[in-house]
Design a protein around this ligand. Structure first.
Ligand code: CIR
Length: 252
């Protein structure tokens, strides 16, 4: 069970963040509305929220997931892989320090939390443009010391590992149909996400619910068929900046 989440309000500079999406500029007021709905959904899932103020110096800083990897007992402060996001982790460290035992990814390691997926007692580390071998090795050392099994997998043509693969629980794994290392996950009940619904591969299990982005009926139906209760959220403005549901919070 998750009990807490850290979220960070989108800054008014949000539209200046990093993106490859080609979906146009996000509307700031709509971004704030969608973020509020996201926060409400987390509360409905039973989470107590730690809401951080917006930081206009970091347009991407509402995507807090990339700044750390957290469990109930410990956290690892990441070292964001894109130079423009380096420094976002400082505020997250301050917030987590009194709550969890912390470890740190150090130079030359680069690691974005969006590349890290926990599946019960296993962790998968995606090697992407944002997470390098040194970052992965450092994280593996920490997680192994806590007795987790750790696997590295290549990420090709996607921003982060969790852009394409997400664990729902009960051995159920959402996988985008073109995810390059999808055969590494044969032992899971794989729910294949079609090409035209790729964005919905980033759906997020929190306690009794699965959060899915609005507008992806096939993926929604597949998740419902497994017996999960769904909360659908409008995510258009975050999608414009390459962000998905998992990116907007750190849950523990
Ligand atoms: C970035 O490119 O870093 C942001 N615009 C989007 C980050 C999305 N985060 C995530 O997938 N965990």
């Amino acid at each position: 069970m998750f009990t807490k989440a850290i979220v960070r309000k989108p800054a008014e500079t949000f539209a200046n963040g990093i993106t490859t999406a080609n979906l146009g500029k996000p509307d700031y007021n709509l971004t704030l509305k969608q973020h509020e709905a996201y926060c409400k959904a987390l509360i409905k899932c039973g989470l107590e929220l730690i809401v951080l103020d917006a930081d206009p110096n970091f347009p991407d800083s509402c995507f807090v997931e990339d700044t750390a990897v957290v469990t109930k007992n410990f956290g690892i402060i990441a070292r964001p892989g894109d130079q423009r996001r380096l420094g976002e982790e400082v505020e997250i460290k301050k917030v987590l320090k009194p709550l969890l035992k912390l470890h740190y990814i150090k130079e030359p390691g680069k690691l974005d939390g969006g590349d890290i997926m926990q599946a019960d007692e296993k962790f998968y580390i995606g090697l992407s443009n944002r997470t390098n071998l040194s970052g992965s090795k450092q994280l593996k050392e920490v997680l192994s010391a806590y007795n987790y099994d750790v696997f590295s997998v290549p990420v090709c043509n996607l921003l982060h590992f969790k852009t394409g693969v997400n664990y729902l629980g009960e051995n159920n794994l959402l996988v985008h149909t073109e995810f390059c290392s999808k055969d590494d996950f044969m032992s899971y009940n794989r729910i294949i996400v079609d090409n035209d619904e790729e964005y919905a591969a980033n759906s997020l299990r929190i306690n009794d619910y699965v959060l899915t982005p609005k507008g992806f009926p096939k993926t929604k139906a597949s998740i419902e068929k497994l017996g999960y209760q769904i909360i659908e959220l409008e995510m258009s403005e975050f999608q414009k900046m390459d962000g998905g549901l998992s990116c907007l919070s750190l849950r523990f």
